[in-house]
Design a protein around this ligand. Structure first.
Ligand code: AMP
Length: 143
């Protein structure tokens, strides 16, 4: 199974923001879209960073609620690990586990082409397991 399988199901739309947006804007966007992270773009279709709800919690714990009026660029992760449409799900699961993050932007020809979350991966794995169990039950019943 490949990243393309997940994108074919969920689509390629990614919620993004710009580096100057405040953390308050970021939090509001996360709430509005019911998501846990947002990709910060550089204005040319490239990725400048990523801000997850975890970054916001850490920033508030370290600096207090006033930090919400600061730009997202101050607390975003700049070194973003990305994947490609043709990567396997096993590869991205390994990268997420190793890097201890739950989101991976998909990049195609230097441009943002989707976002995979750990929830998408778990959903796909559960569907696969159910299909395999069902095929096994059919095999036993007709054997
Ligand atoms: P998450 O588990 O995705 O909510 O994020 C946990 C931490 O990893 C936060 O500091 C994020 O900014 C960072 N992070 C999330 N996704 C990535 C990624 N694909 N590459 C690098 N860092 C990431």
């Amino acid at each position: 199974m490949k990243v393309a399988t997940i994108l074919g199901d969920k689509g390629r739309e990614v919620v993004t923001t710009n580096p100057d947006a405040t953390l308050l804007d970021v939090v509001e966007t996360l709430r509005e879209h019911r998501i846990g992270c947002i990709v910060v773009t550089d204005g040319k279709g490239g990725i400048a960073g990523i801000v997850s709800e975890r970054d916001v919690v850490r920033a508030i714990a370290a600096s207090g609620a006033e930090i919400l009026n600061s730009p997202a660029s101050g607390c975003m992760t700049r070194k973003v690990v990305t994947c490609r449409v043709e990567d396997t799900i096993d590869t991205i699961m390994a990268k997420m586990t190793e890097g201890r993050f739950r989101h991976m932007p998909v990049v195609e020809e230097g441009k943002l082409a989707g976002l995979i979350s750990i929830g998408d991966v778990v959903k796909l794995r559960l569907e696969q397991a159910e299909q395999e169990a069902s095929a096994m039950r059919d095999y036993i019943a007709t054997g």
